[in-house]
Design a binder for this molecule. Structure first.
Ligand code: ZN
Length: 96
């Protein structure tokens, strides 16, 4: 990991300690992205499966293979120190 990236991840998102103050040289990076279900695409896929006698696998093969969920926003990446990783990390609080 290059210096600029390490500096961008220098603070644990859970305990807010700097990476050098956590007592361990080990840490984790977490990359997270939001997705939302596309209800209309799911309904179309279910409708196609119903037309094929309820065979969802056949509908998957013969269907348009469209995305049933769409991504919202960009990836967010953050660091979690080894101590917080071994404990309980609230990802929602870490992302904010
Ligand atoms: Zn921590």
């Amino acid at each position: 990991m290059k210096e600029d990236r390490l500096r961008s991840l220098a603070v644990c998102s859970a305990c807010k300690k700097k990476i050098g103050e956590t007592g361990s040289p080990m840490f984790y990076t977490v990359k997270i992205k939001n997705h939302i279900l596309d209800a209309q695409a799911i309904q179309r896929q279910q409708g196609l499966a119903m037309q094929m006698g309820g065979n969802g696998a056949l509908a998957t093969i013969l269907g348009p293979n469209e995305d049933l969920a769409v991504t919202v926003g960009e990836y967010k990446e953050f660091m979690v120190c080894i101590n917080c990783f071994r404990g309980q990390v609230n990802l929602a609080e870490s992302v904010e």
